[in-house]
Write a protein that binds this ligand. Sequence first.
Ligand code: SAM
Ligand code: SF4
Length: 266
Amino acid sequence: MLDRFNRNITYLRISVTDRCNLRCVYCMPAEGIELMDHQDILSFDEIVEVCKTAVSLGVNKVRLTGGEPLVRKGIVELVRMIANIDGIRDLSLTTNGILLSKYADELKKAGLMRINISLDTLDPDEYSRITRGGDIKKVIQGIVAAQKAGLYPVKLNAVVFDKNDEATRESLQMFAKDMNLELRFITQMSLETGEFSVVEGGTGGDCKHCNRIRLTPDGYIKPCLFSNIGYNVRKLGAKEAILKAVENKPKVGVTCSNGNFYNIGG
Ligand code: SAM
Ligand code: SF4
């Protein structure tokens, strides 16, 4: 699918839930969020239908995200259903890693190919502060389990707060090297004010070469993280919603005031 600016749209990112078992300071308020109505959340069959339609239109890469994808009940089954769609060459998932040691093996067996784990620091207290209570030991166990299960590559996503925090960066770099992990730094962004940046060592944030569309848990296809535009797959049907999103994909992202990282997926 070519958009108006000749970008070939091949990548669908699916936020499978707005729920999360952490409350990262840059993502969610301490008191949590107003959750989407249960009946608005797409069923697995609906998500798979969107995927199949997207693949028939040229998508070949799918990532599951959230909220925290591993808190969605039956996530392994969803991975299996998506992995069985002919034409998906790359199926991955982004997680905070807290529940990963429990699921890594099953996810791999269900057809997940690779995984990104979010980890901003190696200091247990700082991790607990950033995530408002998260236990870093579980994330490390999750990383080890992912590698043991054969998910490859395992990538680390680290949000950088202060460009000058070299010590944190260096310790993450050393850890990544020791553990054979690919590390990407993401500068903290704000959807509302439109502060966004290119992901160091990754492909996000580069509008000129953006090949993405996104599906929200409640069924909107969004052409851009930094835009209020969204097309509802229940109202329009998956094909129409996808085509409209691609047709209206903005040249560059500006701002988004009707969504958040936790319900669009980052
Ligand atoms: N819960 C999963 C996780 O944390 O990996 C998946 C969803 S989370 C919204 C996806 C990514 O978005 C994470 O790597 C997270 O660090 C990033 N993220 C969340 N809020 C952000 C912000 N304000 N600026 C930059 N990245 C952000
Ligand atoms: Fe949850 Fe991920 Fe947002 Fe942290 S970044 S609150 S783990 S969705």
